[in-house]
Design a protein around this ligand. Sequence first.
Ligand code: GCB
Length: 620
Amino acid sequence: MIYPKITKSRMVFDLNGIWDFRFLEEGEEYGGKNQEGEEFLPMPVPSSYNDIYPGRDFADHVGNMLYTRTFTVTGEMLKNRLFLRFASVTHYAEVWLNGSLLGEHKGGFLPFAFEITKAVHPGENDLAVVVNNIVDYTTLPTGSIVRRKFPGLEDEVQNFPHFDFYNYSGIMRPVCLYTTPSAYLEDISVYGKMDGSFYWKIKERGEGSLQIRIKNPQGQEVYTSEKFRTDASGVLSGEGRVENVQLWDCKHPWLYQLEAVFAGEDRNADVCQESFGFREVHIRSCRLYLNGEPVYLKGFGKHEDSPVRGRGFDLVYAVKDIALLKWTGANSFRTSHYPYAEEMLQLCDREGILLIDEAPAVGLHTGFSATGMLGGTPKNTWETLKTAEHHREVLKDMVERDKNHPSVIAWSVANEPASEEEGAREYFSPLVDLVKELDPQKRPVTIVTYEGSSPESCKVAELCDILVLNRYRGWYDTEGNLKGAAALLRDELERFHLRCPDKPIMLGEYGADTIAGFHDVNARLFSEEYQAEFIKAYGEVFDALPYITGEHIWNFADFATAENIRRVDGNKKGVFTRDRKPKLAAHVLRERWKGQEKGQNDDGDCSIGCRNFKHAGDSL
Ligand code: GCB
């Protein structure tokens, strides 16, 4: 899917702003028409709707809500094809245009578009979106609906998310209209290798001729061709090579641009540009390599989360987060637990940040307790869940959307599923194969696993190219005893290494809830000192084990969760507070990560080979 950008042939019109908003009652159908006397509230788009107005009933509404607005179409716009695009609507959208149903979309974190050329007229047009925020055993992420009875009261419907982040919803990412000529480019796929060779594929609609141009990071044209192959399904492809290639890495994230010019029979050419990098990701002998150099991943699990806007996309927070990430000396993060906004990935391409791009598949575990926490033993998860088909769809859409980003160095198919249960391998094996088949670059694929899935019980380790483990020794168990926690951690990592001696292993999550400003000389639970000591204790284990290829701390910043007695005003495992102020741990990490940088490279290269792999090599 091509990101909407103004080009020589395309216009883009922003539909962000204040929309009209109201809840639909249980059982109320929208039907394409506003009713007399309906009252609407102003609602900013993009944003999560939840925290905009006071009231628990408001924030925790379960079911449908209605967003409406009008927009004007000009005669000039209708000389082209016109599309309506949503970057995400969480979790389900039914889109109505001028009283008729245009289409629907399931899945809250990936874009979708409809051609509306024939459905609009010059002048004002009515747009309405019915949004549903229910999570259950058919959605990703998952959840459960519970109807509770209270004496003397009406039944109450509650929706329990099976995940530890607030179920923010609404139109949370930008909405726009864009135009294309009648014959147009539908998708561009492109990547480059270290030797300067590059490969592209284009899906187009309509007959026409194609020209490909490549510009180097300095804007000079370095390649042009009109030659291509056409396969049976009409996909055009080709390859080429540029001389003196400037590789993409964390220190020098050089971006090239492919320009495709597709001229239809009316000679009205569609022109689109796509950024890409020349870089290679490999795994060899339990190490991850970027452009042939071992890379150690330093960073965080994150969330798209900030005060007031919830999960609503916010460029200010996106840029600030990358700045803070770099300030700590981090080089990477995981888009836990859903694909992030496209603009964030573009920023990471530009800033040289490495990403593990995660599907919104969290909560695939029937042992979740009503508070959304992993509280029980999973039972028949893989017979109970009805997510397999939707999981395929979101993986397809995620790879389709994000394939060209050089910052994406690996895919995560799911977070903390019941991977120790019978049926897990059968569920995941076709999904991992699907990602590999769809990804033109064949990047590493992982399934992020939790403590219940041990080296002895995990059913999916062999499916993963890299083992990404979430561990909370010293927090959810062995709490307060960091020596014991470190010993348990090390023992488990050794057992995983014995089982999969050739696979790199990294910690995808480890962390401790920490109340900013809460101090204790004895490093007690919840104090800033405990979080700092926790990070140091884990760091010592990693440094002693050569096959450890990365450390992602949970979490970059404090974030909102569903209310429950294990959370005080949200999840406080942030190294930064929710408003991005550093806790003590931020300084500790900065010292650790920036220190490694100095030890390794005098010129301050934080990207590659941050850990000393000399001894690691000896032991392999
Ligand atoms: C996990 C989950 C993450 C939670 C975290 C926690 O294992 O992957 O979503 O927020 O633990 O803080 O408990």
